[in-house]
Design a protein. Structure first.
Length: 123
């Protein structure tokens, strides 16, 4: 607002899209978003399991993502993998405005459920 009249000042015109500049989001940021999306898509991890982590390979505005998981055993590995693929692709596309061409899921380790009456981590 103008101090003298109290009337709002007109906004300056925006430059055309091609002349405004660009925002580049680092690959490690995209990887962290993908890892968080994988955590959101899975049930709580078993005791001692590492958190999901991801790697990203980008070309222009497209990304190939590899997610590494540890899961409880027994579980439906195919269903968990599909849920992770779907959710990671959706979240990365929505948050980073980047096309996700591939989401690979690698199961690093399966954690068996402890036998009834035993303390986890003890033989």
């Amino acid at each position: 607002m103008s101090a003298e009249t109290g009337v709002p000042r007109p906004r300056p015109a925006l430059a055309p899209r091609g002349e405004r500049g660009a925002l580049r989001i680092a690959d490690r940021v995209v990887a962290k978003i993908a890892a968080q999306a994988a955590r959101e898509a899975l049930p709580p991890p078993p005791a001692g399991a590492a958190a999901p982590h991801a790697t990203v390979v980008r070309h222009d505005d497209a990304a190939r993502i590899q997610v590494h998981l540890e899961l409880a055993y027994p579980c439906d590995i195919g269903a968990h993998s599909a849920a992770v693929r779907r959710h990671v692709a959706q979240r990365v596309s929505a948050l980073v405005d980047m096309e996700v061409t591939e989401v690979g899921v690698r199961i690093e380790r399966l954690h068996p459920a402890p036998a009834p009456g035993t303390v986890p981590g003890r033989a």
